[in-house]
Write a protein that binds this ligand. Sequence first.
Ligand SMILES: N[C@@H](CCC(=O)N[C@@H](CS)C(=O)NCC(=O)O)C(=O)O
Length: 320
Amino acid sequence: MLVNGKWTDNWQPVQAKDDQGRFIRQTSSFRNWITPDGSPGPTGSGGFKAEAGRYRLYVALICPWASRTLIARKLKGLENLIPVTVLNPVLTDQGWAFGGYPGADTDPLFGARHMHDLYTRADPTYTGRATVPALWDTKTNTMVSNESADIVRMFNTAFADLVPATPDLYPADLRDQIDALNDDIYGSLNNGVYKAGFASTQAAYEEAVAGVFATLDRLEDRLTGDYLFDRFTETDIRLFVTLIRFDAAYHGIFKTNRKRIADYPRLSAYMERVLRLPGVRDTVNLDHIKAGYYSIKALNPTGIVPVGPDHVTALLRSTL
Ligand SMILES: N[C@@H](CCC(=O)N[C@@H](CS)C(=O)NCC(=O)O)C(=O)O
């Protein structure tokens, strides 16, 4: 991670933990918003007006948080307005790196070698982890946001003068329910799988696994229609990014192996329904997902990447 703008070697992929051995995810620190007229958003400062080609999104395709911004970008028709740079899926001892892995890019703006170079460009005294996704402003050469939840919401509304506003991923009449279900899914499932994988005590692991499967069971019961609510929303994006990684990565490397998503009929059908929405399939790269998770040395010292699972490979082939 960066400390006062300097990369420190004691980088730990397991991030922080509490006194019970529970994994703790860092909170994001660039929280500005792109808005239609450049006025400030709910947090941070103003000056980030929606303009075609001005902003660039940095992602890793292994990362569910980055992937949710990619899905929002596709569904909102922002592909031609916001270019994307894909980092290598394998974390190095200097964090995310650019270029060299098939399907990954070099940095077109500065020729940076690592993601942390962009963080120190934006803030020479930055302290924290150099995470993806990150939304970069090429006009003022700074980072707009490194918080995917905010990025999804700004993509939903900020560019309304340039592209059609539909679908509305955060409709006003559902906001309270969306916020509540987001919190539920984030704590126990999106981040719950990481809590299981990075737990450093048996008790913390079992607590996390219980949360993961309680939530999956509840969602299986809930999914009587096509989506979590009566229409597609950002909560579906949040659930999808974890489901699509589950059988291929979390079930093995994070030991969330009581069941697979394939064992849940409704969740499986739902996952495929979302996968088939126009543009979503382009955001899923199984090779990056498997290579990325199975390269986490603390969990898999040999770095061997499993060959399967065949059902996920087949599904992704059939949706190409
Ligand atoms: N709050 C962030 C979390 C992003 C995050 O944790 N990204 C992970 C990859 S999935 C990362 O970049 N980790 C690298 C690190 O922690 O050094 C968001 O949702 O945008």
